[in-house]
Design a protein around this ligand. Structure first.
Ligand code: PMP
Ligand code: GLN
Length: 381
């Protein structure tokens, strides 16, 4: 393994999901639903496979039907106009979109500012692109970004801000005021911004505002989203980028040599999914809000300090009330203690103290699974 990647081993999600399988525990670690998304969308994928749609290399930027559906979604939901031919790119999940964006836009040595705790691929992709990550810590209990610290962190070497809202793992959702300040700083210092918005449809309080919709941001923002979260098909790995034509062209150049194209038949199905009526998106959000409250109550009853998330399908907790302070050790022992798996947030921070006692649970599971897990966690008391 080269020096750039030396600090990156097996991802925490693979490690904790393997632990769940090995111990037969309830897996509230890795964020994937235990119920598949809409049946008609699955049928659309089967139809595409059977009818030979996408079984051979699809077009590099994505099939036209999906690019048009993505552009229409941005228009219908946010009033954002994108040319489906030049301003939309289909990727192998948001993960490839993040990697291709950073590989395309960074010069070696460029500084990338990102709020920690960060989703684990950010640090690895910044490293692969030869960039230098500059973390700014989101602190409990609210995990609001410190925008004065952001201003102070910008140097002549800063090239890019890497943002994530709704934020995994804390559930923090950036407000319009915060986004406005971030946009002003980006314009003032001529920065690019890559925004990971994969949880755009999972906001329970407030609303999701795409940074690209703010003044001065249309030409400097790469917006990333994914079908995995919104339609509960995380295994299909359909993601996308929306941005100005020059930025999409840059990201497309990198994507060509990472995967060349993304898998075909699922693109047809997701093109249909994006055209589902608003009632689908509203129902999905309402279901997960209910599950958030169910698991949140269960975690509080079990004795955790709970940081209420405004979005995503994760709840961050603190284990200090149990007299413990090492989240990683706690998560490794949890299956044996009570048959539940969670993820330690500590691995998402560069600052070793910041998230040491934080543990993340996902609530994208069936209600009876969440109830059973909450009951098991009560044994910790
Ligand atoms: N970004 C964040 C914040 C995520 O939580 C995830 C989780 N899957 C991804 C990106 C990756 O998305 P995908 O599965 O579409 O690659
Ligand atoms: N995004 C999901 C999570 O944060 C899973 C991602 C993954 O397994 N790489 O749990």
């Amino acid at each position: 393994l080269n020096r750039r990647l030396a600090e990156f081993g097996t991802t925490i999600f693979a490690e904790m999901s393997a632990l769940a399988v090995r111990t037969g525990s309830i897996n509230l670690g890795q964020g994937f639903p235990d119920t598949d998304g809409p049946e008609e969308i699955r049928e659309a994928a089967v139809r595409a496979l059977r009818d030979g749609h996408g079984n051979q290399y699809p077009p590099g930027p994505g099939i036209p039907e999906l690019r048009a559906a993505i552009a229409d979604h941005q228009q219908r939901r946010y009033g954002l106009a994108h040319d489906p031919d030049t301003e939309v790119l289909v990727t192998a999940g948001a993960t490839e979109a993040i990697a291709a964006s950073l590989l395309a836009l960074l010069e070696p040595g460029d500084e990338v500012i990102a709020f920690e705790p960060f989703y684990d691929s950010y640090a690895a992709c910044i490293a692969m692109a030869g960039g230098r990550r500059v973390p700014l810590t989101l602190r409990a209990p609210d995990f609001r970004p410190d925008l004065d610290a952001l201003r102070d962190a910008i140097t002549p070497r800063t090239r890019l801000l890497l943002l994530n809202s709704p934020h995994n793992p804390t559930g923090m959702v950036l407000t319009r005021e915060e986004l406005t300040t971030i946009a002003e700083l980006a314009v003032e210092h001529d920065l690019l911004v890559v925004t990971d918005e994969v949880y755009e449809h999972l906001v329970f309080e407030g609303e999701h505002i795409p940074l690209i919709s703010l003044p001065g941001m249309r030409e400097r923002t790469v917006s990333i989203s994914s079908a995995g979260k919104t339609f509960s098909y995380t295994g299909w790995k359909v993601g996308w980028v929306t941005a100005s034509a020059p930025l999409v062209a840059a990201v497309r150049t990198a994507k060509q040599y990472l995967t060349y194209v993304s898998a075909g038949p699922f693109q047809y199905a997701i093109a249909e999914a994006l055209r589902l009526p608003d009632s689908y998106f509203d129902g999905f959000r309402a279901d997960l809000r209910h599950k958030r409250d169910l698991l949140g109550d269960g975690l509080r009853a079990a004795g955790f300090s709970v940081y209420q998330p405004q979005g995503t399908y994760f709840i961050t907790t603190d284990i200090t009330p149990f007299g413990e302070k090492d989240a990683y050790a706690f998560c490794r022992a949890l299956p044996e203690r009570c048959g539940v798996v969670a993820v330690p947030n500590s691995v998402f921070y560069d600052d070793p103290d910041a998230g040491r006692s934080q543990v993340r649970f996902t609530f994208c599971k069936k209600e009876d699974v969440l109830r059973e897990a909450a009951g098991r966690l009560r044994r910790l008391a």
